[in-house]
Design a protein around this ligand. Structure first.
Ligand SMILES: NC(=O)c1ccc[n+]([C@@H]2O[C@H](COP(=O)([O-])OP(=O)(O)OC[C@H]3O[C@@H](n4cnc5c(N)ncnc54)[C@H](OP(=O)(O)O)[C@@H]3O)[C@@H](O)[C@H]2O)c1
Length: 353
C-alpha cells in the first residue's frame, strides 16, 4: 500500500473538499488547512489572509515531514477568495488587502515552506496550486483575484524550473474550469455593477454547464501521474490541457495538424472569441471568397484557427481536414499545409501560440 501524506488548503468546501474525498491513495492521511475545517479531516486552523497563521502551517509541514518515511507527500493549495468583488478604489480597503494577501502572498509563502520542509524527504513530492482563467483574462471586479492567480502561475513556472535543477519536487498550477462550488454561488449573488460579466456565470449555471467538483478533483489527481513539465500551468478546460505532457507533445508534433469538430451545432462568433480568451489568445479575423486557395507553406508557431462561417479544406501531408462553422484546427509549428476555400467562401478567427 502507498503511504501518503496530503495537505489541502481550503478542504472545508468546494474543490478542496472534493479533492480530499478523491485522494487516490487508500488510507492517505489528509490534513485540511482552513478556517472552518471538516469533522472528518485532520485540521490545521488558519485564516490564511493573516500572515501570522502561516507559521502554524509551516510548523505542520516541518513536524509531519520530519517523521515521514512514506511514499508520497503532497500539498495542494486550493484556498482562495473572490471577496471583495468590485472595482479597485471602490471596495472596502481592509477586505481588499486580505484578498491580496490570501491570493498572492499566501500561496508563494506556504509553497516555499512546503519545499523547505520537504527538501530532505525521500519520497515522491508534489506541490499543486489552483489557478484560474482569470490569471490571463480580464474580469472587471476581480482585479486582485486575477493578479493573485497570475502571480501564482509565474511562481510555479520559476519554482518548477528550480526544482528541475535541484530539489525534485513536482510543481504545477491547475486551472479547474468553472466549477459548481460556493465560489460560483457567490458570483451569482454579486451585482452587475460590481461584476459586469456576472451574467456569463448565471447562464453557465442555468444551462447546467458548471463543472462537477468531483470530476475536477479526479482530473487534478490524474495529472500527478502524467509526465508533465515541472512548472507546468495547465488549464483543464483547454483541448490543449495535455500540451505540457512530454509524450503528448511528441505525439502531436508527429501528427502536425488536427481538427476538433463543433459539438451541438455551430457556436456564435462571441463564443468562439471566448474560447480564445480562455486560452489567453488574441485572434484576428480573416476571410476569402469561394474556391480561393493558399499555396503550401508552414509557420514557426502553433496556429489555432476556428471556422466562423462558410467552409475551408486544409491539405496536409497526412490528408485533408474539412472545417465547417465552429470547427477548430490546430497546426503544429513547421507543419506543411495548403488550403482551399469552400463554395460559400469562409471567415475564420486565428491566433498564434
Ligand atoms: N469554482 C470555480 O469556478 C473556480 C474556478 C477557477 C479557480 N478556482 C479556484 O479553486 C480554488 C477553490 O475554489 P472553490 O470554488 O472550491 O471555492 P470555495 O467553495 O469558496 O472554497 C474556498 C475554500 O478556501 C478556503 N478559504 C477561503 N478563505 C480562506 C482564508 N482566509 N483562510 C483559509 N482558508 C480560506 C475556504 O475555507 P474556510 O472558509 O473554511 O476558511 C474554502 O475551503 C480557489 O483557489 C479558486 O480560486 C475555482
Amino acid at each position: 500500500m502507498v503511504e501518503a501524506l496530503v495537505w489541502i488548503s481550503g478542504a472545508s468546501s468546494g474543490i478542496g473538499r472534493a479533492l480530499a474525498d478523491a485522494v487516490p491513495w487508500e488510507g492517505a492521511r489528509v490534513i485540511d488547512i482552513s478556517r472552518r475545517g471538516s469533522s472528518d479531516l485532520e485540521h490545521v486552523e488558519a485564516d490564511l489572509s493573516d500572515p501570522a497563521s502561516w507559521t502554524t502551517v509551516a510548523r505542520s509541514f516541518e513536524r509531519e515531514l520530519r517523521a515521514f518515511s512514506g511514499d508520497v507527500a503532497v500539498f495542494v493549495h486550493a484556498a482562495g477568495t473572490l471577496e471583495p468583488v468590485g472595482f479597485a478604489g471602490e471596495v472596502d480597503s481592509d477586505s481588499y488587502a486580505r484578498n491580496v494577501v490570501l491570493n498572492s502572498a499566501a500561496p508563494q509563502t506556504l509553497g516555499h515552506s512546503f519545499l523547505a520542509a520537504a527538501r530532505e524527504v525521500d519520497a515522491r513530492r508534489h506541490l499543486v496550486m489552483l489557478t484560474s482563467g482569470a490569471a490571463s483574462s480580464v474580469y472587471a471586479g476581480w482585479s486582485s483575484y486575477g493578479a493573485g492567480k497570475a502571480a501564482v502561475d509565474q511562481w510555479v513556472r520559476n519554482v518548477g524550473a528550480e526544482q528541475d535543477q535541484r530539489g525534485g519536487v513536482r510543481v504545477i498550477s491547475i486551472a479547474p474550469g468553472t466549477v459548481d462550488t460556493g465560489m460560483q454561488a457567490r458570483i451569482r449573488e454579486t451585482s452587475g455593477e460590481d461584476f459586469p460579466k456576472r451574467q456569463k456565470f448565471v447562464d453557465l449555471h442555468e444551462k447546467g454547464e458548471l463543472e462537477d467538483p468531483d470530476r475536477v478533483a479526479r482530473e487534478v489527481w490524474g495529472l500527478l501521474d502524467r509526465d508533465l513539465e515541472n512548472g507546468a500551468v495547465v488549464d483543464l478546460r483547454a483541448p490543449t490541457a495535455a500540451s505540457h505532457d512530454k509524450r503528448e507533445q511528441r505525439r502531436r508534433q508527429r501528427m502536425g495538424a488536427r481538427v476538433e469538430k463543433a459539438q451541438g451545432g455551430p457556436p456564435a462568433r462571441e463564443e468562439i472569441g471566448a474560447k480564445f480568451e480562455e486560452e489567453g489568445l488574441r485572434p484576428h479575423s480573416w476571410g476569402n471568397g469561394p474556391q480561393e486557395s493558399y499555396e503550401w507553406h508552414s509557420h514557426g508557431y502553433h496556429k489555432v484557427l476556428y471556422c466562423v462561417s462558410g467552409g475551408i479544406v486544409f491539405h496536409t501531408n497526412e490528408g485533408d481536414f474539412e472545417l465547417e462553422p465552429g470547427d477548430r484546427l490546430d497546426v503544429e509549428p513547421g507543419t506543411e499545409h495548403a488550403a482551399t476555400v469552400g463554395p460559400e467562401g469562409v471567415e475564420c478567427l486565428e491566433a498564434a501560440r
